[in-house]
Design a protein around this ligand. Structure first.
Ligand code: EPZ
Length: 422
């Protein structure tokens, strides 16, 4: 297995190009199941989760080509014949559940291995299944598989999500795209990744009202497959937020390119509260960090609130603040596993249920640390950049799921970070 070895450097400087959003790419790849043509996708990030989903689609009989042109991935599902997403793939990436809605809508039947929980929590999919049943599907659980059938197709209806679910919204929007009649989804997720999915479907013959709001109305095509034109995946706002935290914690001025500041409102606002200022253009963000990092209070929420996917990174940053920060995780039940590793580096953090109290101003010392999940991994890299001595971050397969070329991007701005073999 690989690990990252990081040594402290005085400061970083330069530009970091932001890659396409992992969490936009996954539903957009699943969306190709609804297409009658082959679909060209630009700006897919080169990360493990994307490769996993492309492999899943290939296993189902689709043609996925990333080799002919590294800038454009072509996915052709016209040859898709299988409708069973097996455990071996689904267990490695729970977002595989995103194929359930489209496969069921197109073929009238689908089997997907139950994704199970993951490090950060149970991650149930009850809301996905309940909504599909409301649309007329029969859902059974057999030997660890979801077995969904809708022989007469899905029917449009009124869905009200008990909780806001990002992939749940994406799954049902895709299922509704081919349904008979209109589906209204109330309490829909408003994340930019869901907005892009809706915009592309809306440009492909599926009229969708309310895009970007909590109430979506999807006008189904009654089974007619879609003509989907080439599109480019939006920038990854969480990758961008992570590098903004790199700049803030190392007190370095960095320029992010190919980024959309409109998707980072809550993150930029919190960094301003902590002392940074910004120069923003249509596709760049320059961060001017402050010498003194002010403490902060954070509560994670659904978009446009503060993103849970930035909680670990801000917790690492707050270990260097001049005072006490309070960070509350409201979306997932076990998303503080980075805390114990940061404590081993010398951070002064106390946990009480879903609330972390961080007494800042502590010097961190490099040591061996272990990544436990995707965003926790990036928090440990952040800490390693400013810790005294050497930090070895192990099990970085977690990191590779969602960060495209992280060590190269950091090396390019002067970080002392290398990937080594255990
Ligand atoms: C998406 O996960 C993201 N993943 C996650 O990013 C992100 O943390 C999460 O949304 C919240 O923003 C992708 O988009 C691939 P949810 P998702 O359904 O859709 C509960 C990362 O680091 N819930 O919005 O799985 C659930 O338990 C990853 O890139 C139900 O109870 O999250 C959670 O408490 C990690 N029943 C809350 O809703 C359901 O059927 C939000 O979950 C579905 C969800």
């Amino acid at each position: 297995m690989d690990y990252l070895q990081i040594n402290r450097v005085n400061s970083l400087n330069g530009k970091i190009k932001i890659s396409g959003a992992k969490n936009a790419s996954l539903p957009l790849i699943a969306m190709t199941i609804l297409a009658k043509n082959s679909v060209k996708i630009k700006n897919l990030p080169h990360v493990a989760d994307i490769n996993t989903l492309l492999k899943l689609l290939s296993n189902l009989g689709a043609e996925c080509d990333r080799k002919s042109n590294p800038e454009i991935t072509t996915v052709d599902t016209s040859s898709l014949t299988q409708t069973k997403a097996t455990y071996d793939i689904v267990k490695t990436m729970r977002a595989s559940i995103l194929v359930l809605g489209p496969i069921l809508a197109r073929f009238g039947h689908c089997e997907v291995s139950l994704p199970g929980g993951c490090a950060i929590g149970q991650r149930p999919i009850d809301l996905h299944l309940k909504a599909l049943e409301q649309m007329g599907a029969t859902i059974d659980i057999k030997a660890g598989y979801i077995v969904a059938t809708a022989p007469d197709g899905l029917k449009g209806c009124q869905i009200i999500f008990d909780k806001i679910t990002v992939t749940g919204t994406a799954n049902i929007v895709m299922a509704a795209a081919l349904a008979n009649g209109n589906t209204t989804i109330t309490n829909a997720a408003r994340e930019p990744e869901v907005v892009q999915l809706c915009e592309i479907l809306n440009n492909s013959g599926v009229k969708i009202d309310g895009i970007g709001t909590a109430v979506l109305t999807v006008h189904g095509t009654s089974g007619k497959l879609l003509d989907i034109n080439e599109f480019s995946v939006i920038p990854d706002r969480i990758e961008a937020g992570t590098y903004l935290c790199v700049a803030a914690i190392s007190k370095s001025e960095l320029i992010l390119t190919d980024v959309d500041a409109k998707h980072l409102g809550a993150v930029l606002s919190k960094l301003e509260e902590m002392g940074s200022t910004f120069t923003i253009t249509d596709d760049t963000i320059t961060i001017h960090p402050s010498d003194i990092i002010k403490p902060v209070k954070i509560v994670t929420q659904e978009y446009p609130g503060f993103p849970t996917d930035m909680q670990a990174q801000f917790l690492a940053l707050s270990t260097q603040a001049s005072g006490t920060s309070i960070i509350e995780e409201r979306l997932f039940e076990n998303r503080f596993m980075h805390v114990s590793e940061l404590q081993r580096m010398g951070a002064d953090i106390s946990l009480n249920g879903h609330v972390a109290t961080v007494n800042g101003g502590t010097k961190l010392s490099g040591t061996d640390v272990m990544a436990t999940d995707l965003r926790a991994s990036s928090a440990l890299v952040l800490a390693g950049l400013i810790a005294d001595g050497t930090t070895d971050v192990h099990r970085i397969y977690h990191l590779d799921r969602g960060y495209d070329s992280l060590e190269e991007k950091l090396q390019n701005v002067g970080a002392d970070i290398v990937r080594l073999k255990e």
